[in-house]
Design a protein around this ligand. Sequence first.
Ligand code: VGL
Ligand code: ZN
Length: 180
Amino acid sequence: MKALFIVDLQNDFCPNGALPTPKGDIIIPVINKLMDKFDFVLASKDWHPENSVHFNKWPKHCIQNSYGAEFPEGLNSEKIHKVFLKGTGDKDDGYSAFEATNENLVDYLKRNNIDEFYVTGLTAEYCVKQTVLDALKNGFKTFVIKDGVEGIYQNEGDVENAFTEMEKAGAVIITSDKIL
Ligand code: VGL
Ligand code: ZN
């Protein structure tokens, strides 16, 4: 089985959000178009309590149950089978979707015979990268859909370095037009 995984595509990481990617919204139509081509469509949400020490490092974003934590309006979120919530404690953790606390992602994938894991979402340098590295560590065949990922682009070269690191770790970098 193949799963399309959408990392943290939430209002606060979109261009008008609290921790914005300059072009995060351009991936929305790419992802919508891919959804019907997969057995499963799964997503993670950054889902922080107000008092997390994560906010010593970052502006406040993706507070549990807030507008900023919702999926952007244009995303066909009704097609998402399951949402994995992460960063839910008061520590600075949960960059990877494999740290979700509402449901264990490895168990979910194994239970549903998912062996191919296709990653999209936000942000390239942080949560997408950590999720891809953990998927590989857990033995899943992992693909990163380049035009389905966007970054914060805070430090020069970070996004490029993230793609290099994911590829070196064993991820296959592809574009959405290769998915039939
Ligand atoms: C993220 C920074 C802080 C992400 C989440 O989703 O990439 N980045 N929290
Ligand atoms: Zn966060």
